[in-house]
Design a protein around this ligand. Structure first.
Ligand code: HEM
Length: 403
């Protein structure tokens, strides 16, 4: 329904650029399944985190200096001398972690309820693109304070490209803008760290357009069949999303004000020193499962392929999982394996934080093989053979009334 008002100026604009009608449609009358649980809050929470990161990031950039001789001290100055600089920096640092927490829960929710299945394949794939962009942005952001982990993390990760046959070394030199991680590297990482979040916003807009085209999935995994199955976004989900935001902000504030460095590494408060390698080079916690996969393979190129493969496999997931039933609620076997997959992912995260020696290496190899087994063998081959899904309810409102 198009928006009508007595204000002639607003109506004139609206007849030519229907922004209010579009907003009204997406945030007001848009029909949502009436049975969504709190796991459906994490998309809007991820959106909130993204906006917070951009706003605090822009403020930080006003005092930060991307130069190898000044970067570390400019961050210390933000923490000590700039008015509320400590607050803005701690929000930026901790919200990065909370952004990943929200997105990991968002992804796991999608896996459990089969939200990647037809007709939501492209919506899911856009999500995977966002995830990749988030990882690139977070990696480059971590380099900016120019502490020991910044420098050595950048050195380890950029060096991975040297594993590419023939052109690898040239690519690394090109990425660095020189013959080691140095000032040109820091400068371009700053430029890209500033740029990429806006690209993420653009992909999130596509994500939402795709979502509104195919509508939300729900815990039952069956389609809405009419108005009796749905609720309007306003007031039901606006208030539910706001409530979720309140809880999210309470958890966030606990870290922000009581343990702001809990999720960081102390070595990054030591200025970068190219002549002294830290005992253990570890990335931020949200990269640890992928870091474990990287190190599980003894061959460098093999490790890089496995690490990127672990994300690439998500792109084709909608076609690997052949079950017609979306939600694990009605898939008794898939449900068990979902939890095993989740535990395996957490275990990989634990292993990624340990030194690559002794039984940690063997355990990483087993967990890595299991990760790929889940997607490449269990979902497409084994589950279709052994699983008998439970009967689906005939409609959402029938199931809701029954419970
Ligand atoms: C910046 C990061 C992201 C933002 C802001 C975002 C935002 C949203 C929002 C607002 C929704 C609707 C509410 C909801 O279902 O929770 C949604 C749905 C969805 N998102 Fe994301 N998303 C992000 C990342 C991702 C990622 C990384 C994936 C997967 C790899 C993904 C996959 C999906 C899917 C499949 C749905 C539909 C869920 C359903 O209807 O059951 N999203 N997203």
């Amino acid at each position: 329904m198009s928006f009508k008002t007595n204000n002639k100026v607003v109506q004139w604009v609206e007849d030519r650029l229907p922004l209010i009608s579009m907003g009204h449609h997406t945030l007001y009358e848009y029909p949502m399944p009436k049975n969504l649980n709190y796991l459906w809050n994490f998309g809007s929470l991820a959106g909130f985190a993204l906006v917070t990161m951009i706003v605090t990031g822009i403020i930080l950039a006003m005092q930060y200096t991307p130069h190898v001789d000044l970067a570390f001290n400019s961050v210390e100055r933000i923490m000590r001398d700039v008015n509320n600089g400590w607050l803005i920096r701690y929000i930026h640092m901790n919200m990065a972690s909370f952004f990943f927490i929200a997105v990991y829960i968002h992804i796991m929710r999608g896996l459990y309820y089969g939200s990647y299945k037809a007709p939501r394949e492209l919506l899911w794939q856009l999500g995977v693109v966002i995830f990749l962009l988030m990882m690139a942005t977070a990696f480059m952001g971590y380099v900016l304070p120019w502490g020991q982990m910044s420098f050595w993390g950048a050195t380890v990760i950029t060096n991975l490209f040297s594993a590419i046959p023939i052109v690898g070394e040239n690519i690394v030199t090109w990425l660095w803008g020189g013959f080691s991680v140095d000032n040109p590297t820091l400068n371009r990482f700053f430029a890209l760290h500033y740029l990429l979040p806006f690209i993420i916003v653009a992909v999130v807009v596509l994500h939402i357009v795709a979502l509104h085209t195919v509508t939300s999935n729900n815990p039952l995994g069956i389609d809405m069949k009419g108005p009796q199955d749905s609720l309007t976004f306003q007031p039901y989900y606006t208030i539910k999303d706001l409530f979720g935001l309140g809880v999210f902000l309470m958890a966030f504030s606990a870290f922000l004000f009581w343990a702001p460095n809990y999720m960081g590494h102390p070595d990054n408060y030591i200025p970068a020193n190219p002549l002294s390698t830290p005992a253990h080079i570890v990335p931020e916690w949200y990269f640890l499962p992928f870091y474990a996969i990287l190190r599980a393979v003894p061959d460098k190129l093999g490790g890089v392929i496995a690490m990127f493969g672990a994300i690439a496999v998500l792109f084709v997931l909608p076609w690997l999982d052949r079950s017609k039933i979306r939600s694990c609620k009605f898939r008794p076997v898939a449900r068990i394996f979902f939890w095993i997959f989740l535990l395996n992912g957490l275990f990989l995260g634990y292993l990624g934080g340990k030194p690559a020696e002794g039984w940690y290496v063997v355990a990483s190899q087993i967990a890595t093989v299991y990760y790929f087994f889940h997607f490449l063998i269990l979902l497409p081959v084994i589950l279709p053979m052994i699983e008998r899904p439970r009967e689906l309810p005939s409609s959402i409102h029938e199931a809701v009334l029954k419970s």
